[in-house]
Design a protein around this ligand. Sequence first.
Ligand code: MOS
Length: 763
Amino acid sequence: MTAAAPEPKENMGQPVSRYDAVVKVTGRATYASDMPLDNPAYAFLVTSAIAKGRIDRFGLDDARGVRGVIEIVTYENAPKLKDSKLFSDGGYAGTTIQPLKSAEISHDGEIIAVVVAESYEAAREAANRVKVSYTATAPSATFDSPGTTAAAAKGQNAQFKEDAKVGDFAKAFDAAEVKLTAAYDTPTQHHNPMELFTTSCAWMGDNLVIYEGSQYVYGLKNGVAEQLGIDADKVRVVNPYVGGGFGSRGSMTPRTAIIAAIARRLNRPIKLVPTRDQGFTITTYRAETRHEIKLGASRDGKLVALRHEGAEISSRADAYCVGGTKTTTRLYACANVDSLVSIVRADRNTPGFMRSPPEVPYLFALESAMDELAVKLNIDPVELRRINDTTNEPIGGKPYTSRALMACFDEAAKAFGWAQRSPQPRSMSDGDWLIGHGCAATCYPTQMAPSAARVRLQRDGRTRVEIAGHEIGTGAYTVIAQTAAERLGVPLEKVAVFMGDSDLPPAPVAGGSNSTASTCSAVMMVCDQIRQRLFKAVMPGQSLTDRAKETVGLGQTPATQAAKSDRPLDLEKAFDALGVGVVEEYGEWKPEGAPLDSFRAMHSGHPRLVGGHQMKDQIAYAFGAEFVEVRVNRFTHEIRCPRLVGAFAAGRIVNPRTARSQLMGGLIWGMSSALLEATEIDERNARYVNDNLADYLLPVNADVSGVEVIMLSEQDDRINPAGVKGLGELANVGTNAAICNAIHHATGQRIRKLPVRLENIEV
Ligand code: MOS
């Protein structure tokens, strides 16, 4: 075992190498724009130079004169498309701002023309020659800009059902012995996955194939079909590999249906590769947020009152919000809780998911405030969390299915050396560097969604698993292969997995950290159907139905305890008894508490995620604790983060190697999110200024010298058959607070607005 492949603890699978490792490192993995097309035309987007107003006229003569130009599509000649509703209103779209529909402009960088040419270079050249005359009006850019409107999220966003409250906050806060009121800000951040936001569309008669990196092939397939007004069975979305998702490819963007419609009109495949800067406005992003936290506590550290008010930016058209108070009002024991989430509308593109959408900004506020309270109370911040730890969430009183928050704090504190910290700010230094140690909690809801799978087993043990899941870099191929191998008792090398294709059985959106829990539960169930058929063949009269959780190994010792074999079965004998060469099963799995329409919704591309605080008699979350060391230079104020240590408990860890990689990436992004990443907005023009990888700051290896990931053994039998809580979004939560808490410890300065850069250090 190595650091990259940690020794599995109790209830963990093997740290096998990635299923897709070789094709990826040898460059043989085909991403959407790598797919060969027959005589394609190339599209290039023209985007709006104003944020609000209208287009008066296009000057296209110059552009049309570029050799190789085939067509220039604007609102004046664009194919008609049906509107699509926002995903939270039961649609598929990440924005309802539908470009090329009219002369009106809704945001800077909106698509206003598509140039199609014989080559990428010709399309780009012509796009640069498109002249546009606008009548511009002053846009509202962000918080405090004139013209924005604010209203409660409840009532305008169907997925935000309730502002959580319990008890009497006002009275309890008033009477509290110790009080804290503090405001926190988080910045706009933009998706910059390695793979650009490309789309290729090819028609064969009435059938459309879309090659596009997606976290939800069934959603995209159904959404594009709806916009084109055709049967969803005529649309296929293919993407065996996705070069980074993180939420940016979870819902449909407007580019896809436009390109598909133009390809149909021209009767030619079209490939679109937008530029890096266009990615800032043609897809979604993490919007800026503001928070006010009020904490009331007794002198011995017990929370008696907690209020979290959050405000989030969205577009004029759409009421997107993340509403992280669902988590921050339930994390600690407190009898009097109040919360309010508001949406502030500006002339911006609609924001959307970005890794741990609710928890990243909202836990920044809460976990910073907890640290401030600890300082006020003169209580160790870890002990303050212990004092307020709980087995039941305070709003509905429901028990956590399992909760290892303090175990994570203890493990991470030990590994970090927290006991050696001297609590006084500015009390630790090394030459020119002030040293700060800080910590914060993380948590993320355990979510599941209906999923189908097809599994085929041959008599020699070769196994084929088909499921329209998504490999967004997480290790999905690997954990699905491991699950099938374990469940059927066949060697891992004999398992082939097929994903990223909407012609395969439907799987949910690869979002909300639900994929492993959902897809592995479905694969387990379908493998059990196969085992049952084989078992019946050799032992007629007996059934496994009443022993669904028991695994009957098929001729060899399964790798893990979870698949402990008590009745080995001879595969050859079973196939002979059945008289077949192949056993194939299809099955549809749904989690407990899934709504009645779940399977229908699954086929039509609507995920029905259940879990978190929305479970009936319980609440399910994964937990973690993060400790960081920062060093702040006394003279230059340069901030370094030499150590990130996290301990996490997330139910069964199917593969400690891929899990560690997810958690490590999360910690690094969490640090990046605190110290580097922010989209700067030109408030006069409501325009993103640093829309490129030179000016949008990201960490490099030299910024990340030490990351330690500790995975706790945890078994939770109350969540899903796979026992998985999910950890794709767990580790980048709380890191931002831990860093600001460490900066306070290093410098004595409390920073409540992200990102923190050297110009923000005043001491
Ligand atoms: Mo994630 S932001 O749920 O793709």
